[in-house]
Design a protein around this ligand. Structure first.
Ligand SMILES: [Zn+2]
Length: 315
């Protein structure tokens, strides 16, 4: 979707395209197969610069910081982490102690438990096996995915790596008051994860949704609560915004939230129905969804079905 008020900026990065969304807000939309992971952005509120997420790749985070300095002449004073998944927070250690890292109290808890455990698991992954599968893989896109995974795992194992954790947390929400605009953080009940944060500028009608929105692709529901997510999306859709930076995918509007809810409702129904009929839910195919969801392409569909089959299976 294109927005006539959004300006694509002249910034050269292999990881993202940079957009000026409003007076204060900039969105960094990840390029496909770049290894950046989640989208990110920054907001210049006059006296402070706020960064939203730091991506899943240190080099992408370096580009993001460079872009922020180039377009605002400021270093980030605050980083808001939208949730605990690694593809959104690997760049935090790039910023020194003068940058406050903030998130919800539940996201901090997740970083300190699930996040730390994941890092230890990443250190144990068999790289030789991955290198072998890279040699054997002929498909260019799949090769790029394996290369990105190897780069990530090598970085996690390097002496340089440490994960800077948030030092500032809030429960229901928080506002940063700036000379030019005010930035609102809000937390909801469990949805994509427990503790998801959105970043919202009411005066400019700009929303950073984190992974509460996967624009036009299968949202990963296995860390959260699918039914909770539908109601959180309904709540978000009552906000007044004209453009959304999703966690994954292109710049969006309310329509993408509606489509995501449609997907979550349908996948829940499809899995429940199969289980009720005594059939194997893992046999569900893309063609079983409504027409408008059939063009989505992501291996996450299979993961979601497996997760729900386990969650909803009869005792
Ligand atoms: Zn996520």
């Amino acid at each position: 979707m294109s927005f006539d008020f959004v300006k694509k900026l002249d910034f050269d990065s292999e990881f993202f395209n940079l957009f000026k969304l409003s007076e204060s807000a900039y969105g960094a939309i990840s390029k496909e197969n770049s290894g950046m992971g989640g989208n990110a952005g920054f907001i210049d509120i006059g006296d402070y610069l706020i960064m939203i997420d730091t991506t899943g790749d240190m080099d992408a985070a370096k580009d993001l910081r460079k872009a922020a300095i180039q377009f605002t002449q400021k270093e980030p004073n605050f980083i808001v982490l939208t949730h605990y998944h690694m593809d959104h927070l690997m760049g935090t250690s790039l910023f020194d102690i003068s940058t406050q890292i903030m998130t919800s109290d539940r996201t901090l808890r997740n970083i300190q438990t699930v996040g730390r455990k994941r890092v230890e698991e990443f250190k144990k992954v068999d790289l030789i096996e991955m290198k072998e599968s890279l040699k054997a893989e002929k498909d260019e896109e799949k090769r790029k995915d394996i290369e990105n995974d190897l780069k990530f795992l090598n970085y996690v194992r390097s002496d340089d790596f440490f994960l800077r954790e948030p030092n500032l947390t809030f429960k229901g929400g928080c506002v940063i008051h700036g000379a030019k605009s005010n930035v609102h953080m809000r937390v909801f009940k469990k949805a994509h994860t427990d503790g998801d944060v959105i970043v919202y500028i009411p005066e400019e009608k700009i929303l950073f949704a984190g992974d509460l929105l996967f624009a036009r692709s299968d949202p990963w529901i296995g860390s959260g609560d699918p039914e909770g997510w539908i109601s959180v999306n309904n709540e978000i859709m009552t906000l007044d915004f004209k453009v959304v930076v999703p966690g994954h995918g292109d710049l969006s509007s309310k329509e993408e939230f509606s489509l995501e809810n449609k997907y979550i409702k349908e996948i829940l129904e499809l899995v429940k129905k199969r289980i009720d009929m005594g059939e194997d839910p893992t046999q569900i195919k893309r063609e079983d969804f409504s027409n408008e969801l059939q063009s989505w392409k992501s291996p996450v569909l299979e993961m979601n079905i497996n997760f729900l089959a386990e969650l909803l299976k009869k005792p």
